[in-house]
Design a protein around this ligand. Structure first.
Ligand code: TYD
Length: 209
């Protein structure tokens, strides 16, 4: 029986996700509430190695299904080695990207469709997030926030790819309204922060943390 609280943070590239996760870290530390912060792809030693392969700009020949399977492989390791044990012990986990990233980026962005959900169901089993924050930002605005130089293999993709990713996120959020908290990420970062932290206070109170 799982007892903990599993929260994921999702959003397109440039949505300010990393900044908001840093605010969440401070929030938890000031509240003295223990919480495991982790990220995907990565989160474990094996996962970080897979991350390097997936995001390497030199891996131009990687086919879409390889990419999807590598993300799912990294996730399977992450769930089994790190996330599930913490949740079973009653802890809180906050994960920067999870299954919805694969559905949005590989399922919609790469147009691999429902196969992505299927391989990811194998990877995560019953370990699904309780709450998912979705930082919503138009792809155009997202892309303009990312500098050309530091872009990884996924960020380098054309605007059409990012449009499909955005549409994918919207569809998933419509499908699971009870799990998703939609955040307008087009506002200034302090307003976004306030919004997220208010939701977080409620979530923690409701779950007895
Ligand atoms: P990262 O540098 O962590 O980007 P961000 O700060 O935006 O999270 O790189 C992760 C990239 O991998 C990002 O472009 C989204 C992509 N991604 C997928 O395509 N599928 C996935 O399942 C995951 C977890 C990430």
């Amino acid at each position: 029986m799982r007892r903990g609280l599993f929260i994921t943070v999702e959003g397109p590239d440039g949505s300010g996700k990393s900044t908001q996760i840093e605010y969440l870290r401070n929030f938890f530390s000031e509240r003295n509430t223990e919480c495991l912060f982790t990220r995907e792809p990565g989160g474990t030693a094996i996962g970080e190695k897979l991350r390097d392969i997936i995001l390497d700009r030199n891996n131009r020949e990687m086919c879409d299904m390889t990419e999807a399977l590598l993300y799912a492989a990294s996730r399977a390791q992450h769930v089994n080695q790190l996330i599930r044990p913490v949740l079973e012990a009653g802890g809180i986990v906050i994960c920067d990207r999870f299954i919805d990233s694969s559905i949005a980026y590989q399922g919609y962005g790469r147009s691999l469709g429902d196969s992505v959900r299927l391989i990811n169901e194998l990877a995560v089993g019953d370990c699904m997030p309780d709450v998912t924050f979705l930082l919503e930002l138009s792809p155009k605005e997202g892309k303009s926030r990312i500098e050309e130089n530091g872009q990884d293999r996924l960020e380098q993709e054309k605007i059409e790819f990012h449009n499909r990713v955005f549409e994918g996120y919207e569809k998933i959020a419509d499908l699971y309204p009870e799990r998703f908290v939609r955040i307008d990420a087009g506002r200034d970062r302090m307003t976004v922060k306030k919004d997220i932290l208010e939701h977080m206070e409620h979530i923690l109170r409701d779950r007895g943390f």
